[in-house]
Design a binder for this molecule. Structure first.
Ligand code: ADP
Length: 167
C-alpha cells in the first residue's frame, strides 16, 4: 500500500488541484489531501469548511482521504504512513519555494520523497488567489473550480457585489 500526502492551503480547491490529485492516484494507492491550518495565512474559507468542501467535491472517490493538519508536514506524513509528498509545479516561479520546502523536508525526514507533478497546460495559470480575485468582482469562475466551490465562493462574495461603487 503506497500512500502519498498532497498538502496545501486549498483556499479554495481548484480544477488545477483536482487534476494533480487525479493524476497522482495513478501512481499511489492512496492520497491524503492534507488541508493546512495556518494561523499566519489569512484564509477566505475556514479550515474545517475547506475540508468539508473538498470532501463534498470528491464524494466517494476510492483511494482518497481528506484531512486537516497543522504542525510539521513530515510528522503528518509519518502519522499517515506516507512514503511521499505530492506537490504541483506550474511555472518557474513555483520552483524556488518548492526546492526550499523539499530540501527542508528531506533533512527532517530522509525517508520521505517529494514527487513533483507538472501542471497540465490548461491549469498552468490557475491559482487559488486568481480565482478569489475573479470571484470577488463577480467574474466567471465556472471553468476554474468545481461547481460546489464556485457556489461557495459566490455565497462568500455576493454581499460585496451588492455594494455598488458610485459611477
Ligand atoms: P500552498 O499554500 O501549500 O502553496 P496551494 O493550495 O496554493 O497551497 O497549493 C497546493 C499545491 O498545489 C502546491 O504544490 C501548488 O503548487 C499546487 N497547485 C496549485 N495550483 C495548481 C495548478 N493550477 N496546477 C498544478 N498544481 C497546482
Amino acid at each position: 500500500m503506497r500512500i502519498a500526502v498532497y498538502p496545501g492551503s486549498f483556499d479554495p480547491f481548484t480544477n488545477g488541484h483536482l487534476d494533480i490529485l487525479e493524476r497522482s492516484l495513478r501512481l499511489f494507492d492512496e492520497i491524503v489531501v492534507a488541508v493546512l491550518v495556518n494561523p499566519n495565512k489569512n484564509c477566505l474559507i475556514q479550515s474545517s469548511d475547506r475540508v468539508q468542501l473538498i470532501k463534498n467535491v470528491l464524494g466517494e472517490r476510492p483511494g482518497v482521504r481528506v484531512e486537516q493538519f497543522n504542525g510539521l508536514l513530515v510528522d503528518f506524513c509519518h502519522k499517515s504512513n506516507a512514503v511521499a509528498v505530492i506537490r504541483g509545479l506550474r511555472a518557474v516561479s513555483d520552483y524556488e519555494y518548492e526546492v526550499q520546502l523539499s530540501t527542508v523536508n528531506r533533512q527532517l525526514a530522509p525517508d520521505l520523497e517529494t514527487v513533483f507533478m507538472m501542471s497540465s497546460p490548461q491549469y498552468s495559470f490557475l491559482s487559488s488567489s486568481i480565482v478569489k480575485e475573479i470571484a470577488r468582482y463577480g467574474g466567471p469562475i465556472d471553468n476554474l473550480v468545481p461547481a460546489l466551490v464556485a457556489e461557495e465562493l459566490r455565497k462568500n462574495f455576493s454581499a460585496t457585489w451588492k455594494v455598488k461603487t458610485p459611477a
